[in-house]
Design a protein around this ligand. Structure first.
Ligand code: AMP
Length: 433
């Protein structure tokens, strides 16, 4: 018994020094992917005139309870909620849209532009069962358009921005799954029809769906349980139950998508997990990968629900970890931009002492350098210069440090010259040209 307790406490001690479950470090070797993705998102956002917005990682729990819906999986099971010392109920944000709607109202952002186009990128938190492509801390980049009107061209531009951001990362064979889930006027009758359909088949449903049947029947359509999937084949679909306004809105969105020649599939069972959506909903998939890379839709009631003036809106979010998974699995390579760097070699104590100041001089002249300050042997430093394929090495020895000069060695031709420190920057620049 004692042995087992020791073993458990050892394991707990080891775990205490690991990242929390479902959360990951981003190590230096992966930064190339993150940098590339973030640059891509920024370029797309700037091209289509989306303005950057950053909101706090912590928000009041009520924001998400009111906006995502009390009966959604995210609110019911997946929020990291805690009480602050001041007794506020706070939550690590599970998604970005609700915060944007809050910021839009709080700062009166409707005055900036119509439509207001915003983009964001950052970490999100959901208490989910970690598995491939599903984490407890993950990152999203999102595009949102908020306006007085609900022009379907906005839906198309948000879908386009998400699509182009992913496509620009060389990810091939993307498909947009798209559907409409109607509006306040036509959805209640459809919801009732769906409930009636499933009520008579209730005993075949999984436990979650039996519960959802009363709280959130649309979610039955995207349940992954095999029996529930079989049942949905004959379930009534929203498309057949739309009001005239939703019908023409959806038709117009599809026409824009077709005009853009983006590949899409009408998916009558796509409903998405959050309550604030209405009308257009979409997800983007890469061929051969099960999980969606991006998802979003229209949310015309959210801003009013949170206390703002009625505003229509549409948005989409891309999951960055999932992009990296596809990039790695597809062996996509982002070539590193190699700059012409100069390698600084120091020999002797005096030169070492002065080398940090020398680096500052080079930095002030916009000359990129590499160094291995901790290594003292000339051979080891020359080996490093060779490894990084630097065109020039700067050799700074005891004699040079005394005489305020430096040896500039061309590593390609093996030639070298000694120049006064004052002229060093100009000579290097000339040689690098
Ligand atoms: P959602 O906010 O649920 O609409 O999700 C938008 C996108 O974020 C999804 O298509 C995924 O790419 C990504 N995503 C959502 N939840 C997770 C998660 N737990 N782990 C990793 N990525 C996620």
């Amino acid at each position: 018994m004692r042995k087992k307790t020791n073993k458990t406490s050892k394991k707990n001690k080891a775990l205490a020094l690991q990242t929390p479950k479902g959360m990951h470090d981003i190590l230096p070797q992966d930064q190339v992917f993150w940098n590339r993705i973030k640059r891509q998102v920024k370029e797309i956002a700037e091209y289509y005139s989306f303005l950057r917005i950053d909101t706090p990682i912590l928000e009041r729990a009520e924001l998400f309870e009111r906006s995502l819906g009390e009966t959604t999986d995210v609110v019911e099971k997946q929020m990291f909620v805690f009480k602050s010392k001041g007794k506020d109920r706070l939550v690590l944000r599970p998604e970005g849209t609700a915060s944007i709607a809050r910021a839009y109202i709080q700062h009166g952002l409707s005055h900036i532009a119509q439509p207001l186009k915003l983009y964001y990128e950052g970490p999100m938190f959901r208490y989910e069962q970690p598995q491939a492509g599903r984490f407890r801390q993950f990152h999203q980049a999102g595009f949102e358009m908020i306006s007085h009107d609900d022009d379907p061209i906005y839906d198309a531009q948000v879908i386009l921005a998400c699509y182009r951001a992913i496509e620009g990362l060389k990810i091939k064979k993307l498909t947009i799954q798209i559907n409409t889930i109607g509006c306040k006027n036509c959805r209640p009758a459809y919801r009732q029809k769906l409930q009636n359909y499933y009520k008579s088949r209730e005993r075949h449903l999984c436990r979650d769906c039996r519960r959802r049947l009363t709280t959130n029947p649309l979610r039955l359509l995207d349940c992954q349980n095999k029996d529930c999937q079989d049942l949905k084949k004959d379930a009534p679909i929203m498309l057949d139950n739309l009001c005239g306004f939703c019908n023409s809105h959806f038709k117009a969105v599809l026409e824009y998508i077709e005009e853009l020649k983006l590949p899409y599939n009408l998916n009558n069972h796509l409903v998405r997990g959050l309550d604030y959506y209405n009308r257009t909903v979409f997800e983007i998939f890469a061929e051969g990968f099960y999980s969606a890379l991006a998802g979003g839709g229209r949310y015309d009631y959210l801003i009013e629900l949170l206390g703002g003036r009625h505003s229509s809106a549409v948005g989409g979010a891309i999951g960055l970890e999932r992009l990296i998974e596809v990039i790695k699995a597809s062996n996509i390579i982002f070539p590193m931009k190699t700059k012409n760097k100069v390698f600084l070699i120091h020999i002797g104590n005096l030169a070492k002492k002065k080398s940090l100041t020398l680096i500052e001089e080079l930095r002030n002249n916009n000359i990129d350098i590499l160094e291995s300050l901790g290594k003292d042997s000339l051979k080891a430093q020359l080996r490093s210069a060779d490894k990084f394929k630097c065109p020039l090495a700067l050799i700074f020895g005891q004699k040079e440090a005394f005489e305020e000069s430096i040896i500039i060695r061309d590593l390609h031709y093996g030639t070298q010259e000694t120049v006064p420190l004052k002229k060093m920057a100009d000579v290097i620049k000339r040689k690098l040209k």
